[in-house]
Ligand binder design. Structure first.
Ligand code: KIV
Ligand code: ZN
Length: 518
């Protein structure tokens, strides 16, 4: 039985987070995040929705096999084939496997989506939980749209699924409708009405969406009312406006332990920033500068009065120590003279588990960067590793890029690409455009015979100084709702942009829908 004041952190970055449009990730990217979540010491990783696609199944199964520490959950509707797929996918995790079954319970969903009466919903929920119990000990049930479900019916659902074997009942605020006082009162009502919650035989979990910007506040109100598991995502990514942000929940509970009655969670907070950055790079979703805890400005004090106060006593204007969430503490940078062993040692120190082949490939890029800039900082190295992880089979490789631009010049780009197929065809084209990047992308479209439209473009500096590496993230629409993220890094922003676009093209060409055409 769990300690009464222990809050379980259930991370759903790889499931609900990935449902954020344009955030879909491949297996290597998901695995890299899962390894980091294990270092962060979350209690549960919801690794995906196995029945949805072969890719999701493989991701959950691989994570269940490779990740040690947290429980690994797979999501399933209350349908036999979903539950069976989730059971098979989490099997390699053994006793750490969990099946998370959900079924809508609110009146609006019952009447308009499912066309089912209350007793039918209870029957299906119980059947689903029993079936899941045939695969794993740990079964979680979610009454979808729980916050808009009649409270007394919700009590009935909780009692029925617990009797059927569920040990966690999650109460989703699926559409972000709840407000803290009301949601807290609902959780309190469940806690007081279902004996299994007060005697610790089952726990209440919460899962809040951020449509009104209240996901974190609602989750915290629920903790005050007795919830003992919080479902959240790094950087708050997720469906629509996202989910409750893990970093905010964890730091609120830690910083305001006085208010939350000394509850504790097992997260290693010093790993938060690294985790946030990894998710941002893997998902292509940029973190806003003023984002709490992990935004660039989260600990930046610009007012002279504040700076003076901080110098006198940090706590005058800082409620958290930035180092507690992973800010600061940079090591001596590497240079082009650093050898492979030094780079490999630094990668290990940064927490990356790499094969010799990975190190070889990263070292080649490290040398290229080292030639162009004086120091290679940890952030530069991290960007190189993450670039390597996000690499996809390269149908096309950039061989040569030349651009001309200026205030009185028509921007022109010459691009040479190598096709990685038998014979290794090399082709070249030139194009004009609205700017050098636009010209290069047009040339790529012509050479690869794809037609992408740029939906989003973001450039950020990876490290500091004039020779800092730039990292470009693009979202490219290839039609038929296929929005693909591409990433590229380099000391030259036109080159980084071209690499990012080509990365998106290669991703698109290696996606299952395109592979079946070729
Ligand atoms: O928001 C939601 O209701 C969900 C459930 C599947 C838990 O994501
Ligand atoms: Zn959700």
């Amino acid at each position: 039985m769990m300690k009464k004041n222990r809050i379980m952190i259930f991370d759903t970055t790889l499931r609900d987070g990935e449902q954020c449009p344009g955030a879909s990730m491949n297996l290597r990217e998901k695995l890299a995040i899962a390894h980091q979540l294990a270092r962060l010491k979350v209690d549960v990783i919801e690794a995906g929705f196995p029945v949805i696609s072969e890719g999701d199944f493989e991701a959950v199964q691989t994570i269940a096999r490779e990740i040690k520490g947290p429980m690994i959950a797979g999501l399933a509707r209350c349908v036999a084939k979903d539950i069976d797929a989730a059971g098979a996918a989490v099997k390699p995790a053994g006793k750490r496997g969990r099946i998370h079954v959900f079924l809508a319970t609110s009146k609006i969903h019952r009447e308009f989506k499912l066309g089912k009466a209350q007793d039918e919903i209870i029957r299906l929920a119980v059947e689903g939980v029993r079936r899941a119990k045939g695969f794993v000990e740990s079964v979680e049930f979610s009454p979808e749209d729980g916050s808009r479900t009649e409270p007394d019916f919700l009590v009935e659902v909780c009692k029925a699924v617990i009797a059927a074997g569920a040990t966690i009942v999650n109460v989703p605020d699926t559409v972000g409708w709840a407000v803290p006082e009301e949601y807290g009162a609902l959780i309190q009502h469940l806690h007081d009405s279902v004996e299994a919650f007060s005697n610790g035989r089952a726990i209440i979990s919460v899962h809040c969406h951020n449509d009104l910007g209240l996901a974190v506040a609602n989750s915290l109100a629920a903790v005050r009312a007795g919830a003992r598991q919080v479902e959240c995502t790094l950087n708050g990514i997720g469906e629509r406006a996202g989910n409750a942000a893990l970093e905010e929940i964890v730091m609120a509970l830690k910083t305001r332990a006085d208010f939350y009655g000394g509850v504790e969670c097992g997260v290693v907070t010093q790993e938060i920033l690294k985790s946030s950055r990894l998710v941002s790079r893997m998902s292509g979703l940029i973190v806003q500068r003023s984002k709490a805890i992990v935004g660039e400005n989260a600990f930046a004090h610009s007012s002279g009065i504040h700076q003076d106060g901080i110098l006198k006593k940090r706590e005058t204007y800082e409620i958290m120590d930035p180092q507690d969430v992973g800010w600061g503490g940079t090591e001596l940078p590497l240079t082009k003279h650093s050898g492979r062993a030094a780079m490999a040692a630094r990668l290990k120190h940064l927490g990356f588990k790499m094969t010799d082949a990975d190190i070889q490939a990263i070292f080649a890029r490290f040398k290229e960067i080292g030639d162009k800039k004086k120091f290679v900082y940890d952030d530069d190295l991290t960007a190189l590793v993450e670039g390597h992880i996000t690499e996809v089979p390269e149908t096309w490789t950039l061989d040569y890029l030349h651009v001309t631009c200026g205030n009185l010049t028509v921007p022109t780009a010459t691009v040479r690409l190598r096709r990685n197929c038998e014979g290794g065809e090399v082709c070249q084209d030139a194009s004009i455009g609205d700017g050098p990047v636009d010209a290069a992308l047009k040339a790529i479209d012509r050479l690869t015979k794809t037609k992408g439209s740029l939906r989003d473009y973001a450039l950020r500096s990876v490290s500091e100084g004039q020779d800092a590496m730039g990292e470009v993230t693009v979202k490219v629409d290839f039609g038929n709702q296929q929005i693909v993220t591409g990433k590229g890094a380099g000391t030259d922003i036109v080159e980084a942009s071209t690499r990012a676009y080509l990365n998106a093209v290669n991703r698109f060409l290696s996606s299952p829908s395109q592979k079946t055409k070729s």
